[in-house]
Design a protein around this ligand. Structure first.
Ligand code: ADP
Length: 179
């Protein structure tokens, strides 16, 4: 029986950490669907369409990977797709508690779907989309951490945001953790 896996996330934007997990998953499962969560409550930097396009191009060299999006319960989506596995990436201990809760809740919702955790190469074990965006906002380089297309789009997008934020009385962004 062929095993289809779903790899869900926001991918706002995709990083080499995500791609590392996708590559590892593609060697383990017959097919892996990268599923972008449509979450109207989160304000993503990149539109769903943009994230889909970027992910499709970044994974075009891996034949058994496809890209899709979903909303609602992940287990419902996985069932609809005929997937028996949910893939999640585990970086450090900080990911564990949340991921553990999610995996057990998903198991409660559908015991036939198994969550599989995968560790990225240690090079990417500190990498997150949030951190990448923060570094670019503060003028740092993310070369080698995201695909070149993402680096380019980030420069344009964050540059645009900066210009907008420079309106009267809004000179400095708040909550900067790296600045
Ligand atoms: P979130 O659930 O925080 O929205 P993302 O959408 O960025 O996470 O990522 C989706 C999945 O990829 C999650 O399982 C997350 O732990 C994993 N992930 C994100 N960055 C990395 C990384 N650098 N290495 C391994 N896994 C990662």
């Amino acid at each position: 029986m062929k095993v289809l896996a779903v790899y869900p996330g926001s991918f706002d934007p995709v990083t080499h950490g995500h791609l590392d997990i996708i590559r590892r998953g593609s060697r383990l499962f017959d097919r892996i669907v990268v599923a972008i969560l449509r979450n109207p409550e989160k304000k993503p930097l990149f539109s769903l369409q943009e994230r889909r396009g970027v992910l499709a191009r970044a994974t075009s060299g891996i034949p058994n990977v496809s890209v899709d999006s979903f909303d609602g319960l992940l287990v419902d989506y996985a069932r609809r797709r005929g997937a028996r596995v949910i893939v999640r990436g585990l970086r450090a201990l900080s990911d564990f508690e949340y991921e553990f809760q999610m995996a057990l809740m998903n198991r409660r919702l559908d015991a036939s779907i198994e969550t599989v955790f995968m560790m990225p190469s240690e090079t990417y074990s500190y990498l997150s989309s949030r951190l990448v965006k923060e570094v670019v906002r503060l003028g740092g380089s993310v070369t080698g951490l995201v695909p070149p297309e993402v680096e380019c789009r980030l420069g344009i997008r964050v540059g645009n945001h900066r210009k907008k934020a420079r309106g009267p009385g809004r000179g400095k962004a708040r909550n900067r953790r790296l600045g």
